[in-house]
Design a protein. Sequence first.
Length: 165
Amino acid sequence: MVFMGVSFSLYASNNSGDKSHGISYPTGWKNWSSIAVSHRVDNHTLRLILGNQIAVKAARSGNTNPWPKGSVLAKVVWKESKKSSWYSAIVPDEFIHAEFMFKDASKYSDTYGWGWARWVGGKQIPFNAGSNICSDCHSPVKEKDWVFTVPAVFPKNYAVVPSLV
């Protein structure tokens, strides 16, 4: 699947004072850089994966197994939709949730080095059903530091050669 010219509206409020699994809502995440996109065909959702500066640097350099301490990954999830005016494309529809992974092997040793948090819906209601739900789901990728995301490969910067005019 190819995503071309995708523009997402990250409209979730970031003023939720309630914690998810003991983790405070990360402010500023809507300004983070993208690491990847994914399309889950099993539940018909689109996901934009963002990262803080530490995570983005690790993703761009291929230093993701393990991810460095201080990395924070954000997965922003929408239901998929097809628009009649652009039926060949799958586009975001209803916002589902924003979920986060915080890398700190000592702080989160009970959950494989990651703190897991999720805020649901446009009102960003904290999800607190137990962080083991997250690590249990991620167990198929434990050899990849518990992360499903495959960072997108971005073009390398090339030196501009002056014209000979």
